[in-house]
Design a binder for this molecule. Structure first.
Ligand SMILES: Cc1ncc(COP(=O)(O)O)c(C=O)c1O
Length: 411
């Protein structure tokens, strides 16, 4: 199934002398749509997940001070500044009352993205199967494929808020299964898996000795006070767990590229080989920013969650007015994405996203990017952040004004 927007748009990709590996993957359609949108003069950017809120002032100040100080121009040690690893440990102690050893169990990466990529490279052998809960984060597909793995998509139940089907997951496990990648809360579906579901997944992983690669980038962002339960709260899973997190969304630091990976030391030592081979260390000035973010006031996070919930309600309200264009079953429970079905006549989700973009300058992501189950859906972010054009609620309202006007022809 073609999931490359750039290929569909006619971009050329050399195959002569290029590796099979690179020919087997695509740029995530999220970024492909952003690339194509760079030509639009006044875009309405609902594609990439960026918070509308600015980086908190005390974080910016710490970064500026770091830039003017003695450390930012130099590499940090491979694992990240000790104070930065300590900030990660502090975050988990505060949030989950779980202790991690700052010296042996935490590595700072260039975003959660790097942590996911090197976790896949370090655990997957060519031909290994990796279970992805579908629809899944598009980059996880490319990371599994880059590692030579075979993505095994286990579909969720869309009508019931994209919830998990444990029997389907159990049935998908074979002798070749190596890992389960779990994104909770889910990008793109907005599902939040419950404590009992997370415990059940951990049980399955332990029974079959599989890795759980847990991408908990949005662990701080659930709505209506839905509790979040982290894999790190299951001590017996620790030997099979690579826990991944990010500063990008919680502290509006997407451009600063700070994420982390947490796991037992003998796994981490393997991950560091790949971190060294690709990145050496995360941006040092940004590490200082993250230290300030964790150790400073947390009001900005409370405010961000409140704003996101309002934007979630707004996008759902606007979607409710255009049932002839899009259909969704339940409001997202976490993260800041919604993945409605496409209700207007269309060939596939890439063509539909192109049509929307051409007619309205509203930039979305074709659902096929998120597994075959995502086909005939469109992902919209209500993060509200955009490098160009309107932001926040204005962005959602103006984008939907355009969509409503254009969609009249389908009534
Ligand atoms: C599930 C998930 N993981 C990872 C990332 C990337 O995070 P980072 O900016 O820390 O690399 C994103 C960004 O949208 C995401 O949605």
């Amino acid at each position: 199934m073609n999931r490359s927007v750039l290929k569909t748009a006619g971009h050329s990709f050399r195959s002569k002398n290029m590796s099979k590996r690179v020919q087997n993957i695509t740029v995530s359609a999220i970024k492909e749509m952003m690339l194509l949108a760079s030509d639009i003069e006044e875009p309405f950017l609902l594609a990439q997940g960026i918070p509308a809120e600015d980086t908190p002032d005390h974080v910016k100040k710490a970064i500026i001070e770091a830039v003017n100080g003695p450390h930012a121009s130099k590499y940090s040690i491979l694992s990240g500044l000790k104070e930065c690893r300590q900030a990660v440990a502090t975050r988990y102690k505060r949030k989950y009352d779980v202790n991690f050893d700052v010296n042996t169990e935490i590595g700072i990466t260039a975003g959660a993205m790097e942590a996911c990529m090197i976790s896949c490279l370090a655990t997957i052998n060519p031909g290994d199967e990796v279970i992805l809960i579908a629809p899944c984060f598009s980059s996880h597909i490319e990371q599994v494929l880059t590692s030579g793995g075979i993505p095994v998509f286990v579909d969720t139940d869309e009508k019931n808020g994209w919830c998990l089907d444990m029997n389907k997951i159990k049935k998908a496990i074979t002798k070749k299964t190596k890992a389960i990648i779990v994104t909770n809360p889910s990008n793109p579906s907005g599902a939040v898996y419950s404590e009992s579901e997370i415990r059940e997944l951990a049980k399955i992983a332990l029974k079959h000795d599989l890795f759980i690669i847990a991408d908990e980038t949005y662990d701080f962002l659930t709505y209506n006070k839905i509790p979040f339960f982290s894999f790190c709260q299951i001590p017996e899973l620790k030997k099979n767990l690579i826990l991944i997190g990010s500063s990008s969304k919680e502290y509006s630091m997407t451009g600063y590229r700070i994420g982390w990976m947490i796991c037992e030391n003998d796994i981490l030592n393997q991950l560091f080989k790949l971190h060294d081979a690709t990145t050496v260390c995360a941006c040092v000035a940004s590490q200082f920013g993250f230290i300030a973010a964790v150790n400073g006031p947390q009001d900005s996070v409370i405010e961000l969650v409140k704003n996101m919930e309002e934007r979630r309600d707004l996008i759902c309200k606007r979607l409710d007015k255009v049932p002839h264009l899009f259909k969704y079953y339940k409001k997202p429970q976490g993260a800041y994405y919604i993945l409605p079905e496409i209700a207007f006549p269309h060939k596939d989700s890439i063509q539909a996203a192109f049509e929307i973009q051409k007619a309205t300058s509203v930039v979305t992501v074709p659902g096929v990017a998120f597994s075959p189950m995502g086909e005939h859906h469109i992902r919209m972010s209500f993060g509200g952040g955009a490098v160009r054009g309107p932001k926040g609620k204005d962005l959602i309202n103006q984008a939907f004004d355009k969509l409503e006007e254009w969609g009249k022809k389908y009534i």
